[in-house]
Design a protein around this ligand. Structure first.
Ligand code: ADP
Length: 398
């Protein structure tokens, strides 16, 4: 049996697994959902039906069940040679992916205060995987690590300095694995090296963020202390006036309720009153549903403002890059965003924007555009698999 790498991504109530072969080809992926609830279940891509899990099953049982299912269908006859974990918050401790040992586990735990919804579940996934595969080298790949190069002027909030010193309140940034992949893929498509390539990378999925990357290094990004800041997202508000908390308190709404609404009931869902799903919003808008068109307008305008803001960190721009479910699949969102950016010299080709999938080089700009505009599918799992293979020193191509 050839070497394989297992990638583990734990959300608060979900577990995603992906298994890669030694050529970086994905062999299979699987998902367990509704963990901790009475109707937890798992599903292996490409197989019919779902696998029921015990009521209240946690990440450990989901992992056990899925690994057994992989073995049953002959996909994991031996243990993987490396395992990579997505970890949301690495604070200021982790600037790159690391092999997991006792000290690393403690350090991830100590970052949990910065990401109370994410790091504890990431840790439970790591612990479950360590119990299942105690002899396999395991690597943590952090969403925040790529942004540890932000200069102070970009990561500091204009708050009392002691809040940063004592509590670590600063901008950390997220989606780093995806933005790093965009930087290297853009360089490849442009025939350049990552170290000489500067891009603005817009990752637009359920969560959305945008990053300025100068000569391969992250120098500004839209998400902050938490993944709530910045762009309009599926259910997250992105930027709001912090005075909102005091105003709503005067209306009798407690801070934890404001927090919940900003995270779960705002963004595209809040504005449209219908859905957080961009594809559905586009359909609703086409049928004359005005709040859905408004949600799209606010989304695109905020994004365009941030493209402009990111230019303040760059002295040259090799490409603006779109990725994520929305960025990769929605010509309309790309077009409506770029329309706001005429003054900066961005111009799209109507045809390439709609049909870019038929061309391999990802370019969608018109010949008159001052800068290239690229569509690049993100692949965070592949980056995690590569990092895990590299740090484990396995035979898999790094
Ligand atoms: P996640 O952040 O959960 O990984 P994705 O990157 O898969 O999310 O992005 C999901 C978003 O992409 C949803 O809002 C979905 O509607 C949107 N999307 C996918 N395909 C299209 C499309 N053809 N047009 C517009 N939006 C799309």
């Amino acid at each position: 049996m050839e070497d394989t790498v297992l990638v583990v991504n734990c959300g608060s109530s979900s577990l995603k697994l992906a298994l890669f072969d030694n050529q970086h080809r994905k062999l299979v992926s699987a998902l367990a959902e509704r963990l901790g609830q009475s109707d937890a279940f798992a599903h292996i891509d490409g197989q019919e039906g779902t696998i029921p899990l015990d009521a209240g099953a946690g990440h450990d049982q989901a992992l056990d069940t899925l690994v057994t299912a992989f073995r049953d269908v002959g996909l994991m006859t031996t243990a993987p040679s490396a395992i990579g974990h997505r970890v949301v918050h690495g604070g200021e401790t982790f600037h790159e992916a690391v092999l997991i040992d006792g000290d690393v586990l403690k350090a991830i735990e100590s970052c949990a205060g910065l990401a109370p919804l994410h790091n504890p579940v990431n840790l439970s996934g790591i612990r479950a995987t360590l119990a299942q595969f105690p002899d396999v080298p395991q690597t943590a790949v952090f969403d925040t690590a790529f942004h540890q190069t932000l200069p102070r002027r970009a990561f500091l909030y204009a708050l009392p300095e002691a809040w940063y010193r004592d509590w670590g309140i600063r901008r950390y940034g997220f989606h780093g694995t995806s933005h790093a992949f965009m930087a290297s893929e853009a360089a490849r498509l442009l025939g350049k090296t990552p170290a000489t390539t500067s891009v603005i990378s817009a990752h637009l999925g359920n969560g959305c963020s945008i990053t300025a990357i100068r000569d391969g290094i992250s120098v500004d990004t839209s998400m902050g202390l938490t993944p709530l800041e910045g762009l309009v997202m599926g259910t997250r508000s992105g930027d709001v006036d912090p005075g909102l908390f005091d105003f709503l308190r005067s209306k009798g709404i407690a801070a934890d309720e404001v927090h919940r609404v900003l995270n779960q009931e705002s963004g595209l869902l809040g504005l449209s009153g219908q859905t957080n799903d961009m594809r559905s919003l586009c359909e609703l808008a086409d049928h004359g549903h005005e709040p859905s068109q408004t949600a799209i307008d606010v989304f695109c305008f905020r994004l365009a403002r941030y493209v402009g803001a990111m230019m303040a960190s760059l002295s040259q721009l090799d490409a603006l890059v779109f990725t994520g479910g929305i960025g990769e699949n929605s010509p309309r969102i790309r077009e409506e965003t770029i329309r706001h950016l005429k003054l900066t010299g961005f111009e799209l080709s109507r045809d390439l924007n709609i049909h870019h999938g038929q061309f391999s080089d990802g370019h969608i700009e018109s010949p008159d555009s001052r800068f290239p505009v690229l569509v690049i599918p993100t692949n965070e799992e592949l980056v995690i698999a590569r990092e895990a293979a590299r740090l484990a020193g396995s035979d898999i191509q790094a």
